[in-house]
Ligand binder design. Structure first.
Ligand code: HBI
Ligand code: FE
Length: 290
């Protein structure tokens, strides 16, 4: 059993690279209706909350209201824009498989969609989290380069046993990243843009810390997988992510080996603090109580 909990090859009917056919024709109207409900809600919430790059990507790919998009249709435009394509997978795939896809500009997207009773929260990434949440940013050339570099970095981190640190970088940028813009704080992380409640919480709630992005700081900071984040990191521009890919990670991993983890809600000397959070939400027990 490897660290990510997978043992052996893909399940029956799944290709060696863990991809499957999307089978777009087989989606039921009920499944399309779940997409439409989620899309309508997010399209409203994200005005003046999502960053311009995300909103432009949503338009460019025409991820509109009529239901779950056909990956073949999205891929014509996405490949033209940044060379990326979306491939269907049954769910979470082994880390090495995930990184290999990213390193080759293929984004693995869950083929299934959540059930009507799971609208607000689900554990595994479904087609709405992956395609609505992640894919629009892949139309931005700088972000597209960053995601491919992340894939290559992930393969290297696996070989060096530093995956836990690198996963934090993904988590606090690709999944839960915020950006400072002249119009104010905006969202670019997929985990936030695909969640109505967290889209509001991440930008407006006094509970979480909001701290200026720093690569080493992020890689020392644990994260939540079960509830809203207790800290969000803020980049000044997408360009910051490009500069991350130019850093010498082996020197960084050396330093991380001796520097311990920080507390998830801790604020330390040198932090560029935008919000010193109350942590009231987390201390009140978070999702279990709302
Ligand atoms: N598989 N389908 C899928 N989607 C993910 O986001 C994903 C994955 N496997 C591994 C993984 N993410 C993370 O563990 C890595 O980012 C470390
Ligand atoms: Fe994701």
């Amino acid at each position: 059993m490897s660290a990510d909990g997978f043992s052996g090859g893909p399940p029956p009917g799944v290709r060696p690279d863990w991809t499957i056919d999307q089978g777009w024709e087989a989606y039921s109207q009920a499944e399309h209706d779940v997409w439409i409900t989620l899309y309508e809600r997010q399209a409203r919430v994200l005005q003046n909350r999502a960053c311009d790059e995300f909103l432009r990507g949503l338009d460019a790919l025409d991820l509109h209201r009529t239901g779950i998009p056909d990956f073949n249709r999205i891929n014509e435009e996405l490949q033209r824009l940044t060379g990326w394509s979306v491939v269907a997978v049954p769910g979470l795939v082994p880390d090495d498989v995930f990184f290999d896809h990213l390193a080759n500009r293929r984004f693995p997207a869950g083929q299934f969609i959540r059930k009507p009773h799971e609208l607000d929260y689900l554990q595994e990434p479904d087609v709405f989290h992956d395609v609505f949440g992640h894919v629009p940013m892949l139309t931005d050339p700088v972000f597209a380069d960053y995601m491919q570099a992340y894939g290559k970095g992930g393969q290297r981190a696996l070989s060096l046993g530093r995956l836990a640190n690198l996963a934090r970088l993904y988590w606090y940028t690709v999944e839960f990243g915020l950006m400072a813009t002249p119009a104010g704080l905006r969202i670019y992380g997929a985990g936030i843009v695909s969640s109505r409640t967290e889209s509001i919480f991440a930008l407006e709630d006094p509970s979480p810390n909001r701290i200026g992005f720093d690569l080493e700081r992020v890689m020392r900071t644990p994260y939540r997988i079960d509830d809203f984040q207790q800290v969000y990191f803020v980049i000044p521009s997408i360009q910051t992510l490009q500069e991350v890919t130019l850093r010498d990670f082996s020197a960084l991993y050396e330093r991380l080996a001796s520097a311990g983890d920080l507390g998830i809600a801790q604020i330390v000397e040198g932090d560029q603090v935008l919000t010193r959070g109350t942590q009231a939400y987390a201390e009140a027990g978070g999702r279990m109580r709302t």
